[in-house]
Design a protein around this ligand. Structure first.
Ligand SMILES: [Zn+2]
Length: 319
């Protein structure tokens, strides 16, 4: 940290101490509104994780709505302004939140601390798949790191460090304790996923998904990525008929009969594929890149990962 940055941080901490003193007895009135420390998070997956870490130490604002598409969601003027007033902005990055990037750049230039989590969790790059597709995106960083819970553990450490460093008024011991507790839950998740996937025979560990969203999970748990209906690292592309033909050929060759589509989006393309392959294909829904609203099956990162693990295991062993 540079000397001026450290000075700013010390001044912020001092200011918080003064506020705490002045507020004695009228804390609620004093800390309501804009005085509370605030962390703004772009995606709802990282929003849930950040809330686990921050606990009651700061307000956490999540910009992406439940069931939204992280590749295409945008911000209102109010939400953009909220970012400007944040003590810390947490984003997934690696090109995921395409419509939010310019706002992040603007607040970063204005001096708001930002952390691009994807960059610091040992990112993978997109590779060409079995059907030879994804030529365009090959070599680009893959932003979907959350499908590997070990990388999410790394992310938890990074976010906790950033909160401690930048969010004046947040108690360091509480933040560290929250992060350690959540890390233990993630370690438990990884072990449970390994055990579940043990049920899938080696030959059946082949994934066809809506777009290229499960590369990290495949890498971590030993699955082959055969192809994707949208042969791209983003949902914003659309497949040509020759893309679909090469995918169905690769699926026939690999003996794949299950396609995993995102639960929040219509499975029209997966249905087309099913028609092409003569009805022998089963389409299974996954929560691939957004949390749902409360009570809808994937309202936390842990619940999303458990639901996907169950759906993947059942989808690949059912036939
Ligand atoms: Zn995606």
């Amino acid at each position: 940290m540079t000397a001026p940055k450290r000075l700013v941080l010390r001044l912020r901490r001092l200011l918080w101490a003064v506020i705490a003193l002045l507020c004695a007895g009228t804390v609620t009135a004093c800390v309501s509104g804009d005085d509370r420390p605030r962390v703004v998070v772009t995606t709802n997956i990282l929003g849930d994780v950040t809330r686990e870490i921050v606990g009651g130490e700061a307000d956490v604002t999540v910009l992406m709505k439940p069931n939204a598409d992280p590749h295409s969601f945008g911000l209102s003027a109010v939400e953009a302004a909220e970012m400007e007033n944040a003590d810390l902005v947490v984003l997934n990055g690696l090109g995921l939140e395409e419509n939010v990037l310019r706002h992040v750049e603007a607040v970063r230039e204005a001096g708001v601390p930002t952390v691009e989590v994807g960059k610091v969790v040992d990112p993978l790059t997109f590779r060409a798949t079995a059907d030879g597709e994804l030529e365009e995106g090959a070599g680009q960083p893959d932003p979907h790191f959350w499908t590997d819970p070990d990388r999410m553990r790394k992310a938890v450490g990074v976010i906790a460090d950033e909160v401690v460093e930048n969010v004046g008024g947040a108690d360091e011991r509480t933040v560290r304790r929250n992060a350690a507790r959540y890390d233990r839950q993630l370690a438990g998740l990884t072990a449970w996923m390994e055990k579940s996937f043990d049920r899938v025979p080696e030959d059946d560990r082949a994934l066809v998904t809506n777009h290229h969203v499960f590369g990290y999970l495949a890498d971590r748990f030993g699955f082959r990525v055969i192809g994707a209906v949208v042969p791209s690292g983003t949902t914003l592309a659309s497949p040509s008929s020759s893309d679909l033909r090469s995918l169905t050929e690769a699926m026939r060759e690999a003996g794949v009969r299950t396609v995993f589509a995102d639960s929040s989006r219509p499975g029209r393309l997966a249905d087309v594929l099913r028609t092409e392959l003569g009805g022998r294909v089963e389409v299974v829904g996954l929560y691939s890149e957004s949390l749902t609203a409360e009570g809808e099956g994937a309202d936390t990162y842990l619940r999303m990962m458990r639901a996907n693990t169950t759906a993947l295991t059942e989808g690949l062993t059912a036939h």
